[in-house]
Design a protein around this ligand. Structure first.
Ligand code: BGC
Length: 739
């Protein structure tokens, strides 16, 4: 009799469970039938290296390991991996099949990937410039195109969670993640970051699939006190709200579904363990209701690096109490056990666990994973296409900044060029880090179908006009001798110098000055008296002040991606007119790095005359092969009220001989504030295309709440009556805000 009752119970229960799964989109019903193990599994994210055959990033599934893992630990999410489309396709299909068809509840996995500049972990992916360079384009439309291609090349293999964009505002160029950001201005980071988010999360072309963006890394990561990655930040709360928070606020307005936490500590607290930062500020004050994921292995870091918990169990308690939903455990299972123990000890409540699991299931539901867990062959037609490559070329061309040009560019096509330096014949230097590998794949693993700078110059200027020097650096007198010999046949020397790709802490440095052996190469080239063109391939502005004075032209290319070489060659030849502007300040000296919107100092009032130069190249600087003239700056009134608006306009004329694109940057300076104000702040930017001789009037509508208000230390915005100065190019006008 008992057996019959038990059987009937199990039968009914499994019917109920099946019904729940069939109607799968009902998150609460699903939650109600989940066991504790199944719930904690959903909160755990593992690295693919735990289920691949040799523990590597190549996608060869260790089926037994995986089945055991999913059945015993109920893991709900995985990340990382790098391989071809074919391998991704089979791998994701296989793991989703087990998750959906062989587990009790059939909950699909959600797979996270760092596609931070295109589909950079797929061998055939289109690699775009890194964010810092994209920011130099100041072009939201371009960013939307890049994000769309990224989504189109990511979604077909079942990757639905992109750990992008980085929304950290880069305030120190020493920080080795500088190139992952949109530069030093919060408005630029906010506008361009949210353009990525909106585009990633809404791509009808990938229907029925969807992609979730991830706003990272909340918060205060990008101004580490010692410059090293993940070293502590000390940021006053007012500055946190004014400088670092706006990109996250804008991301929330844009509907970002997930957020990743900063691994470092802020004002004495590891952010992962901070109830104040994650719960009070992020959840309650800013109203973020999406999934919060930790950064990789950060429970471990709380113990080993921050030392604010004696062991991982205590750290787990801190992190969950702070508000984290998912732990990016990567390769450790202790989290699961610790959560169970903390629950049984009454230190964590089931309500906390349920809240996190509900958010994770809701995310899976919104991404359509329950209905479409498997990759789609159909969508593979749209990956790796000529069209996508065109977007990569456009992105590189529009983000390479011409910093100096003394009557040398565009290059005369009859001249013989010598290409030298670490970037002369390297694909790795173009694609940069986070390309097929975290540190950037080795040269031999780079795509066949891309050109190096030397190759692109040959096809642009003619094979006989371009020579390659094997000298990358001058490490010995023999190197110098060889290099000088190579220069003899050349009319112009193009030096591609910079930084070998690096990621995170692997890029920590003690000196921002470019390596001595590369500076020596530049000096040797200058000493030949032949014109020298510098192409900077680097992730942050390495100091080159003395050498920049001796060369004829300087281009900042950063890591420009798979079409980067062709884009540089097009700019050198004049096929493309450069249009980008610096989204960061290029420092003059290694010991003095200062953003454009710094606060005033004695320097400004007592140092007379002011030093002629604070930066080698200032924020917003970028030359073109044509010239733009600004005139007739006007304001619709000299007075504005809190709920009113003012219309500003200015004329821009292309006074040169060819078509060009100008970046118009509108700044406002607040004369007096109850909290000290920056010397000026960027309020609006726009790209303007102009034919030779053409003039356009451009407009900016000043809205006090958006452009004049600033936050206090509690994050509450205040608007203060007083005088403000509107600045564009070298023109300015004053106006007053009245009550
Ligand atoms: C980085 C994150 C990245 C994560 C997963 C971490 O080391 O800080 O930005 O998303 O790894 O790869």
């Amino acid at each position: 009799m008992h057996k019959i009752v038990l059987f009937a119970f199990i039968f009914c229960y499994s019917l109920q469970v099946n019904a729940v799964i069939k109607s799968s989109t009902n998150v609460d019903s699903l939650l109600s039938v989940m066991t504790l193990d199944e719930k904690i599994g959903q909160m755990t994210q593992m690295c693919f290296s735990t289920i691949t055959l040799d523990g590597s990033k190549s996608l060869d599934l260790n089926v037994d390991n995986f089945k055991q893992l999913i059945k015993q630990q109920h893991i709900g999410s995985f990340l990382s991996g790098s391989d071809s489309y074919a391998k991704w396709f089979d791998f994701v299909t296989a793991i989703q099949k087990v998750a959906v068809e062989e587990t009790r509840l059939g909950i699909p996995l959600i797979i996270g990937i760092d596609h931070v500049h295109g589909a950079n972990y797929i061998n055939e992916g289109t690699i775009f410039p890194h964010n810092l360079m994209m920011a130099c384009s100041f072009d939201k439309t371009l960013i939307e195109k890049v994000a769309k291609v990224t989504a189109i090349e990511t979604a077909p293999v079942g990757l639905s969670w992109n750990f992008s964009p980085v929304l950290d505002v880069a305030r120190t160029p020493y920080w080795p993640r500088f190139y992952e950001t949109f530069g030093e201005d919060s408005r630029v980071c906010a506008e361009l970051g949210s353009a990525y988010i909106k585009a990633y999360q809404y791509v009808p072309e990938i229907a029925p699939y969807k992609l979730s963006a991830c706003a990272k890394h909340f918060i205060g990561y990008s101004d580490p006190k010692y410059g090293y990655d993940r070293s502590p930040s000390e940021i006053p709360m007012q500055t946190l709200h004014e400088v670092f928070m706006p990109p996250f606020r804008k991301a929330f307005e844009a509907g970002v579904k997930t957020l990743m936490v900063n691994s470092g500590e802020l004002n004495g607290e590891p952010v992962h363990g901070s109830k104040f930062l994650l719960d009070t500020l992020l959840r309650r004050q800013l109203g973020f209701n999406g999934v919060i994921v930790t950064d990789i292995k950060d429970i471990e870091r709380i113990v080993k690096m921050h030392h604010t918990a004696a062991n991982e169990k205590e750290a787990t308690l801190q992190v969950i109490n702070a508000g984290v939903d998912m732990y990016m455990a990567c390769n450790s299972y202790t989290f699961i056990q610790h959560v169970k123990e903390l629950l049984s000890e009454g230190k964590l409540s089931m309500a906390q666990i349920d809240a996190s699991v509900r958010r994770i299931l809701q995310l899976k539901k919104e991404l359509g994973l329950f209905e479409n867990p498997y990759p789609s062959k159909k969508l593979l037609d749209a990956v790796n296409t000529t069209e996508n490559r065109k977007v990569a070329l456009e992105a590189a061309e529009k983000s390479i900044v011409l910093l100096k040009n003394e009557d040398i560019l565009p290059l005369d096509k009859s001249k013989k060029l010598l290409i030298a330096g670490i970037g002369a014949n390297s694909k790795r230097m173009l694609n940069g880090p986070w390309s097929f590998d975290w540190l950037g794949a080795a040269e031999a693993q780079q795509p066949q179908n891309m050109l190096t700078l030397f190759e692109a110059c040959k096809s642009t200027f003619g094979t006989n006009n371009v020579l390659l020097s094997k000298t990358e650096r001058i490490l010995s007198p023999a190197d110098k001798k060889q290099f000088l010999k190579d220069t003899r046949k050349a009319d112009v020397i193009v030096l591609a110098v910079g930084e070998q790709p690096y990621s995170e802490f692997m890029g920590n440095i003690n000196d921002l000055t470019l390596d001595a052996d590369q500076l020596e190469l530049i000096d040797a080239a200058i000493a030949t008296k032949k014109p020298v063109v510098l192409v900077l391939m680097e992730g942050r502005p390495r100091v080159i002040t003395k050498q920049a004075a001796g060369v004829k032209a300087v281009l900042f290319a950063g890591y420009p991606g798979i079409e980067g070489a062709q884009a540089i060659a097009n700019i050198l030849s004049g096929k493309t007119n450069p249009s980008a502007s610096l989204a960061f300040s290029y420092p003059l000296a290694a010991g003095h790095t200062i953003p454009y919107n710094h606060k005033p100092s004695e320097f400004n009032i007592y140092w007379k005359p002011e030093p002629a130069q604070k930066w080698l190249y200032p924020f917003g600087h970028g030359l073109s092969y044509t010239q733009f003239e600004y005139s007739d700056l006007q304001l619709s009134d000299t007075i504005i009220t809190p709920n009113g608006t003012l219309k500003a306009s200015v004329k821009i004329k292309n006074a040169g001989k060819i078509r060009g694109t100008e970046t118009a940057l509108w700044y406002i300076k607040d004369e007096v504030g109850s909290i000290s104000r920056p010397v000026k702040s960027l309020k609006f930017f726009e790209k303007i295309d102009l034919n030779s001789g053409e003039e356009k009037t451009i407009h900016f509508e000043i809205n006090p709440q958006q452009h004049l208000a600033f936050p206090d230390k509690a994050g509450l915005y205040r608007l203060e009556p007083g005088r403000y100065q509107l600045i564009i190019d070298n023109k300015s006008l004053w106006f007053s805000l009245n009550n």
